[in-house]
Design a protein around this ligand. Structure first.
Ligand SMILES: *Cc1c(COP(=O)(O)O)cnc(C)c1O
Length: 356
């Protein structure tokens, strides 16, 4: 990828929070780096992006984002290798996806050169926040909100695109058991499930709390029409391993086209692991759990990479998965992370270097 040069205004922070952060005990998404990127859309155009000290922003209470939910975001990571080179993982996918999400929410698309130049400048300015070591990363959160004041229900005429960054450590999520949803769904045909829209998350919290009260950590969402097919696990794409075959739902307008998901499918193909991309029914997974052919379930997404699931509940019954040693979950996690940290050959061209 080549990105044309853009003028970005840079206002550097005079102090740094770096020394006050305990990098050994990071809570995910809790601390933010010294700088952020901000770019406003006004009068039909995106203005010059600015990198400035991380801090509060001021909006009118009537700003449309608060009333009509025009808000989309992305999640990506930067990694530092053993030779102090900084890498992103398939950032072109995140760029394309934020604009697909924006389009669905009637938000103006963001220019590619602003996205990449702003992101790379920001990472260079805050590069001390990207720590060496397998599992350490910088979580990057680009997002766009409608800022125009006024409660008339219409798309805003002004927007703010921002990027904020938070140092992260790979974390152990503990044992995860999920409830297969019988009533709630996260998306419907023709809806916004394929967009990384903030509202999709807001709508998930209540059913997820109910699942927690019932003793589960997450929900596996089923299709809104029949609740017979498995779609996503929490905020991750979901994979099932039946015998040695990997199963995952096809992407459509209810399912988020995850970068981790599609990378796993490419890795499966390259490593001769059979994968079927098709609708997966609750019925077949329960049968597979009963006859012992269901070996694994795992979620896939940027934040945790792969999240193994030990068991699930459905209609009051609980099912436990066998403990296995040579799991696909750890195989794919290791393969993916070694590519991300420049510890393995990048046969697919997924790494993107942030050059000095
Ligand atoms: C972000 C997200 C994912 C994972 O996508 P990645 O690109 O792999 O991080 C999966 N499902 C939902 C609903 C998401 O919002």
């Amino acid at each position: 990828m080549k990105h044309a040069s853009t003028d970005i205004d840079i206002v550097k922070s005079t102090t740094s929070k770096l020394d006050s952060v305990d990098f050994e005990n990071l809570k995910f998404g809790h601390v933010f780096t010294d700088h952020m990127m901000e770019c406003d859309y006004e009068d039909g155009a995106w203005k010059t992006p600015v990198i400035k000290p991380y801090g509060k922003i001021e909006l009118e209470p009537s700003a449309k984002v608060f009333h009509y939910g025009q808000a989309v975001f992305e999640g990506m990571k930067a990694f530092r290798d053993d030779n102090d080179k900084i890498w992103l993982f398939r950032p072109d996918e995140n760029f394309k996806r934020i604009n697909l999400s924006s389009k669905r929410l009637a938000i103006p698309e963001f220019p590619e050169e602003y996205f990449f130049q702003g992101l790379e400048e920001l990472l260079k300015i805050d590069k001390e926040w990207i720590k060496k070591g397998f599992g350490n990363s910088l979580y990057i959160r680009p997002f766009v909100i409608a800022t125009e004041p006024g409660v008339l229900a219409s798309p805003g005429a002004s927007y703010k695109f921002m990027i904020i960054c938070s140092p992260a450590k790979s974390y152990y999520t503990g044992e995860v058991r999920v409830q297969i949803s019988e009533k709630y769904s996260r998306a419907a045909d023709g809806g916004v499930g394929a967009a990384k829209a903030a509202g999709n998350y807001g709508a998930q919290f209540y059913p997820t709390n109910l699942a927690k009260e019932a003793g589960f950590q997450q929900i596996i969402w089923t299709d809104a029409n029949s609740h017979e097919f498995l779609e996503e696990a929490g905020t991750m794409n979901v994979f099932f391993r039946v015998n040695d075959t990997l199963l995952t739902a096809p992407v459509n307008d209810r399912i988020l086209d995850g970068v981790t998901r599609k990378s796993i499918l490419s890795l499966a193909e390259a490593n001769s692991i059979k994968a079927e991309v098709r609708r997966v029914s609750v019925k077949e997974i329960i049968e597979a759990a009963k006859n012992g052919s269901l070996k694994e379930i795992f979620g896939a997404g940027t934040a945790a990479v792969i999240n193994p699931i030990q068991g699930f509940g459905y209609k009051g019954e609980r099912y436990e998965l066998p403990k296995i040693t040579d799991s696909y979950a750890s195989f794919f996690k290791d393969k993916l992370m070694k590519i991300q940290y420049n510890l393995a050959e990048d046969e697919f061209g997924w790494r993107y270097e942030v050059k000095e």
